[in-house]
Write a protein that binds this ligand. Structure first.
Ligand SMILES: [Zn+2]
Length: 374
């Protein structure tokens, strides 16, 4: 099983190396803007689309131009990566058009704005030094070991410092677990609460609410979306409203990620077997009817991928349980299926079971996970 992890370190470049960094990130920016300009021109004048393949080929000729001789100093992979980025920006933009999602047209990059460049390969690490092709060995502040295989290396400037970020792929052995019933947990994701947990042998019931600051932001999100829908199409006010909304989306996403990381860490650290319902099926079956549901679904997906990564990292067993098993209808005590009405908050069965509806679902999910792990 593989998972991805990034390792970021402060670089200690000498003056000459800083010059290289500036040159490389400048070259990356230049080629991005060149590529964007070429694509725009070609479309506006000839209604012709230029592909990544074409632009990569043209790179060879660009380097032969006398006025662009300086391009030769920059590693070709760095330049190609920049053209890849441009291509991805266009793919995202066109996909957005198809799906009716607002994704901006690729923009020209300005100097000083996210100075960075990246290598897909060829980078080596030895003790506290990193080898960057066409630049050389650079010292960095090694605060921890780099794990796994380096798949990509990014050099990035933040404020006045340069950092190196290794994006690694780590392989972890599938762990064998002696099941400790106390360390089992089932998660039922819901609308009323963000998650309902059934923990351990005694099925201790814990509900996780969205934090207050998230709730507030969600309310504001709903308000702003309504405002946006009232504005006239193409108007300046609509543009402003959309900008406000997208800023809030971004802010909310970061808040959520932070909350998810903490929650996932808490769950994974103290449990060995974790059950959760497969979300994609659930979402498909229900359909996206309202904004709040759409938001919840997106959030569940984000949380699940966060949880999966953490479980892999800590070597814990996470089981995605199929929702066709109808965790809501199944009695977690005797296994009988009972009809459940939408508003019904208690699960009552003729076997004597009488518990919270969400707890019943979470126990079913936990039991299935435990069953799958034996
Ligand atoms: Zn029962």
């Amino acid at each position: 099983m593989n998972f991805k992890k990034s390792f970021k370190y402060l670089l200690k470049p000498r003056k000459v190396e800083k010059t290289f960094f500036n040159q490389f990130s400048g070259g990356k920016r230049w080629i991005f803007n060149w590529g964007l300009d070429q694509r725009k021109e070609s479309w506006e004048n000839e209604k012709k689309r230029i592909s990544l393949f074409d632009q990569n080929n043209e790179l060879v000729y660009l380097k032969k131009r006398e006025d662009l001789a300086w391009l030769k100093n920059i590693h070709s992979q760095v330049l190609q990566q920049s053209l890849n980025d441009l291509d991805r920006a266009f793919v995202n933009f066109f996909n957005g058009l198809k799906k009716n999602i607002q994704i901006g047209y690729p923009k020209f990059k300005c100097k000083g704005e996210k100075d960075s460049f990246r290598y897909p390969q060829g980078v080596k690490v030895k003790e506290d030094k990193v080898w960057l092709p066409k630049i050389g060995w650079i010292k960095f502040k090694k605060t921890r070991e780099v794990e796994g295989v380096i798949k990509q290396t990014t050099i990035i400037k933040e404020r006045d410092n340069w950092y190196v970020v290794f994006s690694c792929e780590i392989e972890k052995e599938e762990p064998k677990v002696n099941i400790d019933p106390e360390k089992t947990l089932g998660i039922d994701l819901g609308l009323k609460y963000f998650a309902n947990l059934a923990i351990g042998k005694e099925n201790h019931f814990v509900t996780i609410e969205n934090p207050k600051y998230l709730k507030k932001a969600l309310k504001k999100l709903q308000f702003l979306s309504k405002e946006l829908s009232k504005k006239n199409k193409g108007g300046k006010n609509r543009y402003k409203a959309r900008k406000k909304l997208s800023n809030l989306h971004c802010y909310l996403k970061n808040l959520r990620l932070d909350f998810f990381h903490k929650l996932a860490l808490m769950i994974v650290k103290s449990h060995d077997i974790i059950g959760v319902e497969k979300m994609n099926i659930k979402a498909m079956m229900r359909g996206l009817k309202t904004l709040s549901r759409a938001i919840s679904d997106a959030a569940w997906g984000m949380f699940l991928s966060c949880l999966k990564n953490k479980a892999l990292e800590y070597g814990k067993n996470l089981y995605e349980v199929s929702s066709f098993l109808e965790s809501t209808r199944l009695c977690s005590n005797c296994g009988k299926k009972n009809e459940m009405k939408l508003g019904q908050s208690k699960y009552i069965c003729e076997c004597g079971q009488n518990i919270d509806r969400d707890l019943n679902a979470a126990i079913n999910i936990k039991n299935l996970a435990v069953g799958a792990s034996v």
